[in-house]
Design a protein around this ligand. Structure first.
Ligand code: FES
Ligand code: FES
Length: 163
């Protein structure tokens, strides 16, 4: 049985019918073809599937697609500017060398966005706490933490320019 739902994803309104047991992750990847959201463990452990739901990071493999009904979802594809510019968080990841394997990066970037939206000047401890659900199996977190702190500075400058 399929259930009709509607939601907004990356600013676009979507109406869709989905199986009751389909995860939000599978809907994003298979139905919407937004493959920037990665499937790592598929059991809530790695954070590779992180998306923002009403501004909060969720492991989309642990959320049912039907739970997206009426919600606003942001995936990594929705972060770019109108002319395709990188988001300041992505810019900072590139500059600092925090783009490592590419598999964990979308989840890390979105978790960073949720953190910086709430707390534009996080300490290293706060950053490490925020990304504690996003696992990196290869090179570690040093560059990622550095990039998120730098992104906070970029966003502050951008905010000041827009005032
Ligand atoms: S794929 Fe969802 S937490 Fe790992
Ligand atoms: S898992 Fe992505 S850089 Fe380590």
């Amino acid at each position: 049985m399929k259930i009709p739902i509607q939601f907004v994803i990356n600013g676009e309104k979507i109406e869709l019918s989905v199986p009751a047991n389909m995860t939000l992750l599978d809907m994003i990847r298979q139905e919407l073809n937004l493959t920037g959201t990665k499937k790592g463990c598929d059991e809530g452990d790695c954070g590779a599937c992180t998306v923002l739901m009403d501004g909060k990071p969720v492991n989309s493999c642990m959320v049912l697609a039907v739970d997206a009904n009426g919600k606003e979802i942001l995936t990594i594809e929705g972060l770019k500017g109108n002319n395709g510019d990188l988001h300041p968080i992505q810019q900072a990841f590139v500059e600092v060398g925090a783009i490592q394997c590419g598999f964990c990066t979308p989840g890390m970037v979105l978790t960073a966005k949720a953190l910086l939206d709430q707390n534009p000047t996080p300490t290293e401890v706060e950053v490490r706490e925020a990304i504690s659900g996003n696992l990196c199996r290869c090179t570690g977190y040093k560059k990622i933490v550095e990039a998120i702190i730098k992104a906070g500075e970029y966003l502050k400058v951008k905010g000041a320019e827009n005032e």
